[in-house]
Ligand binder design. Structure first.
Ligand SMILES: [Zn+2]
Length: 284
């Protein structure tokens, strides 16, 4: 069983000969099943009218569409709340026929992306091609979901008793109390909080000297004596995102990472220190 995380996409490709479905999570694509119809192998029997043969073919097609969509629906349903969208593709018109004629479970149908995508085959490689072709759409859906959660936070914040808070200290307090429904973490916060000390003058011994750095960045020089390089010693280091996500997990809070690519995302980073939360109850 693969780990299904917050940003998953249900994938489905189909034509009259075959179908395949799976799920994409982050950069991983899992193809769960490849189904083959028996329509193409059917030949008109002696004495069978063309009309009757046509009807049998349509019935077989209907049964195949039903079987493939039912298999896919029951695979996705347990993960529904983590599925951002259902993306459908295929080489021909069957993909649109299946979407328009309500073959999918009604809860799945609500999440089907408006656009369908052309791919070469309705097999495992078709599922992979679907992810490539739908990449831009998936990016837009993600940014849209981020905007929605940021707007929920901002709307809450202007109420008299807001179920919302922000800033590292308040967020930590809310997480400890189990008050956080959804934690919003800016991707601008990636990196580590590192506690430093200067070996030359002792800066950082009395009062903690903390800096926020990525692993690739060098330590700054001492603000008191200007020493640098080997004179600067690391005392402790922690990833702010990691420790907060762990606290969130312990209190069953949802975590949404917000990129800095949207207006709302840059507002989170600039205006709220990169950390905000929608709460289960008002704290102020
Ligand atoms: Zn110093």
């Amino acid at each position: 069983e693969m780990l299904i995380d917050k940003k998953s996409y249900a994938l489905f490709v189909i034509d009259r000969a075959e179908a395949a479905y799976g799920i994409a999570t982050g950069k991983r694509i899992h193809v769960q099943e490849h189904l083959v119809s028996n329509i193409m192998g059917k030949h008109r029997q002696g004495g069978q009218s063309a009309q009757r043969f046509e009807r049998l073919i349509e019935e077989a097609a209907h049964n195949f569409f039903k079987r493939a969509t039912e298999h896919a629906s029951s695979y996705w349903l347990p993960h529904l709340e983590n599925i951002q969208a259902v993306i459908v593709g295929g080489p021909g018109a069957t993909k649109d026929f299946v979407v328009k004629n309500d073959y999918f479970h009604h809860e799945i149908a609500k999440k089907i992306a408006k656009a369908t995508f052309d791919v070469g085959y309705s097999n495992e490689s078709g599922v992979r091609e679907l992810v490539e072709n739908a990449g831009q759409l998936m990016g837009e859906i993600e940014l849209d979901a981020e905007r929605q959660v940021m707007n929920r936070f901002l709307e809450e914040l202007i109420r008299a008793h807001p179920k919302a808070t922000y800033g590292e200290a308040m967020i930590k307090q809310a997480l400890t109390q189990g008050a956080v429904d959804t934690l919003l973490v800016s991707e601008g916060l990636r990196g580590n909080i590192i506690q430093l000390q200067c070996k030359k003058c002792g800066h950082g011994r009395e009062e903690p000297w903390e800096v926020r750095l990525t692993r690739q960045q060098e330590f700054p020089s001492c603000p008191s004596c200007g020493a640098s390089g080997d004179s600067i010693k690391e005392l402790a280091s922690h990833s702010i995102i990691e420790s907060l996500s762990q606290m969130a997990e312990e209190s069953n809070s949802e975590v949404t990472y917000i990129s800095i690519d949207t207006e709302e995302g840059s507002q989170l980073m600039q205006g709220f220190g990169g950390l905000a939360a929608i709460l289960r109850y008002p704290m102020m």
